[in-house]
Design a protein around this ligand. Sequence first.
Ligand code: SF4
Length: 449
Amino acid sequence: MSGAKFLTDKTKSLSKGDGPRSLVATSLHSAANNLQVCWEIDEWSRWRQEASEIKRYVLSNLDILLGQFIDKLESKGVKVICAKDAEEANNEILAIIKRHNAKLAVKGKSMVSEEIELNHFLGERGITSYETDLGEFIVQLAGTRPSHIVTPALHLSAKEIGKLFEDKLGEHNSAGHEELTQIARRQLRSKFIESEIGFSGVNFGVAETGTLCICENEGNIGLSTSSPKVHIAMMGIEKLIPRLDDIPLFLNMLARMGTGQKLTTYTHLVNAPAEGTELYVVLVDNGRTRALGDVEFREILKCMRCGLCMNNCPVFRQVGGWAYGWIYPGPLGIVLTPELLGIETAWELPFACSLCGACGAICPAKIDLNHLILRQRRRAIEKNTHGRKLTETIMWKLFAIGASNKYIFKTMMFFVRMGIRFAPFLPFKFGKLKAWTDGRDLPKPKKFL
Ligand code: SF4
């Protein structure tokens, strides 16, 4: 049975219920679709290799390509702003908005804007930014963060969304997908017309031509970037590709891995501001240059934000996106968040992994995620970020010695087997561990070789 077939069958067996059940079913379903459309192409491995090499080239020549990209943009009348961190990016955006005396904005989905918490920043200064992507619209209405980078409302069932629309918008309670979409569409229509500013992210910036490539399925980005007079595009500095000719490869891969489509419904290639409008590009660093200099981990900057490593991760499917504490969940977040925020802040993440390797095996940019996770784990241990006690350090050092010598290891295993055999009679069956041990039987130890 193929992996995709297995996942489809497994999905069918899960009813689309509430909360975690919906999360498991939806992410399994997405993973199955993604794999199906990838494995039907013979050149898939070659594509992965090419994409990986192109992105590696970009990272090795980022300064040159960024310079080329900025020159091209400026020669076409695009105003480019380079922001070293979230604060600078937000302040620059605010300055643009103030210059245009704007109070309302519409926004397409953008992970960089989540990273700098743009909506929150603007909201505190009296500027309303409406999310127009359906999933983002739902999570904004719920007052929560997205739980997935591609499908932000993955954790909610249609029933829960219907209830949310009833409570927050006064709409009648419905669980029909089409009806829910129509409600959101009706609510958002006027916002596109009223807003003076349109925000978007950028999927790929083409250095050769200064082109912004933006992919979407709902038409909301087309409206957000063309209806208001001012378009502000936010982009992480690593999102470059060298040539226009590279676009077909990346479009094919992003859509297949991201949503299981052959191509996204709309692809916008923005080259210059339309007549009578202004176009700003905000290039956000926010820790990326530091990550680039980190030779062990710079590969994570090859990521094209397809989200497949999340759908494919057994831990993500159980705990959901919020458990990862910041905006990048799953295997991507485990590696990227410590790079951008520092391992001291995100030290717990590398331990939220079973090291099954499913993410690295499927990543379209060929990022060796499982080994990067392991290295982040080692870094957390080396920096003792979680304040490990001396006794624990000694215990693990002794274990490392024992595990690397077969005679000591065999002796250790002998005592472990003895311990398990006699455990039911040992004192820890009582005392503090009673509640836990009462409900569980230890498995019989296997005979050791
Ligand atoms: S790490 Fe790989 S699989 Fe995960 S989102 Fe990035 S490109 Fe996709």
